[in-house]
Ligand binder design. Structure first.
Ligand SMILES: Cc1cc2nc3c(=O)[nH]c(=O)nc-3n(C[C@H](O)[C@H](O)[C@H](O)COP(=O)(O)O)c2cc1C
Length: 334
């Protein structure tokens, strides 16, 4: 598994594994030629899960579980601290199985990050004897404020060694969400959440949803490359067939953001977020915050600076003094 997590990072750094199309380009925030505000007075802060962030941005969970992953998480944590945004770690399965790997995740505790998000995978919930105890361990490992349970069945389908049994996940999610000490969210990893999926979890105790839609990193693509490395021709081709599978992130928001709000659930939009203008579009379409993963891997400090500058610039040009106003701004579908 150590090798797998390292291969994911290497492939994302070296190959083009993006969806063929970025769906945020289908949307246009309406320009205000007379904004009548001062850019320097724009307030990008938000309150989410009872924590205050300086901007509605999450460095989405990516890694942990091998030596260099500790260095990556440390780099991301430094950026999250400096810019006052949230950060998630990658799946903690490896750290839960092998204590020696815990530090590759727990390194984030050394930084003053306003919101830390722990991460476990839905397919593993079916393997663990005590899901509540194990989930609590994942939370404690990084002193998390929120636990994300990721849904990645597209990836599991293509992955040569994938878990392809999804029976019983909802019951386990409910068990965890109603028992552990932190809020629990479910998080897709690039294929989006539909209203049909939302309905299935409305009665569980979850506190939020990361729609994790299509348009950015494609895990079918990542696994297609891994299958090629393993000389598994059929799964390499399967990954190509499913490369662009999924509900695009902004369309997933259009489908469920309102329903989530009615149900009191926090909404996060991850998937294909390239800069602060995409963050602004996500907020205008009903998200409370937006997550970005692959963009942050190489130079998170520089990326965060650009994210904040482009978010503020977008808010200025749409005449929004704060995030509450951005939520109400006019957005056109091209
Ligand atoms: C190298 C890499 C590893 C990832 N590992 C995880 C993971 O362990 N758990 C998880 O919930 N999401 C994981 N993701 C998914 C991201 O959190 C995010 O949902 C997805 O990459 C889409 O965002 P992007 O288009 O900005 O990259 C990973 C992403 C990348 C690039």
């Amino acid at each position: 598994m150590k090798d797998r997590k390292k291969e994911h990072v290497d492939i994302v750094m070296e190959k083009n594994v993006s969806h063929s199309y970025n769906y945020w380009d289908d949307f246009l925030l309406v320009h205000d030629a007379l904004p009548e505000i001062d850019l320097n007075e724009i307030d990008t802060s938000i309150n989410i899960f009872r924590k205050k962030l300086k901007a509605p941005i999450i460095i989405a969970g990516m890694t942990g579980g091998f030596e260099q992953a500790g260095e990556i998480n440390e780099r991301l944590a430094k950026a999250a601290e400096k810019y006052g945004v949230a950060m998630g770690v990658g799946s903690q399965r490896a750290g839960l199985q092998d204590e020696k790997l815990e530090k590759t995740y727990s390194v984030v505790k050394n930084y003053d990050i306003p919101l830390r998000i722990a991460n476990i995978g839905a397919p593993q919930l079916l393997e663990w004897d005590d899901v509540v105890e194990t989930s609590q361990k994942a939370v404690d490992m990084i002193s998390a404020h929120v636990l994300a349970i990721h849904l990645n069945f597209l990836q599991e389908v293509v992955q040569p060694e994938g878990d392809r049994n999804a029976k019983g996940c909802i019951k386990k999610i409910d068990e965890i969400a109603s028992s552990i000490s932190t809020p629990v969210i479910i998080k897709e990893t690039g294929a989006g959440i539909s209203s049909k999926t939302l309905e299935k979890v409305l009665d569980t105790g979850i506190a939020g949803i990361d729609v994790g839609g299509a348009g950015g990193t494609s895990f079918a693509a990542v696994e297609s490359y891994r299958a090629r490395m393993k000389k598994d021709k059929i799964r390499e081709e399967l990954g190509k067939i499913f490369w662009d599978w999924g509900i695009p992130t902004p369309y997933s928001l259009l489908e469920i953001a309102e329903l989530c709000k009615d149900a009191g659930l926090t909404v996060i939009a991850t998937g294909g977020i390239r800069h602060g203008m995409d963050v602004a579009k996500a907020i205008a379409l009903g998200a409370d915050a937006a997550g970005s993963a692959s963009k942050m891997l190489k130079n998170p400090m520089e990326q965060m600076e650009l994210f904040l500058l482009s978010l503020k610039s977008t808010m200025f040009l749409t005449g929004c003094k704060n995030i509450e106003e951005l939520k109400e701004v006019e957005i056109w579908m091209k």
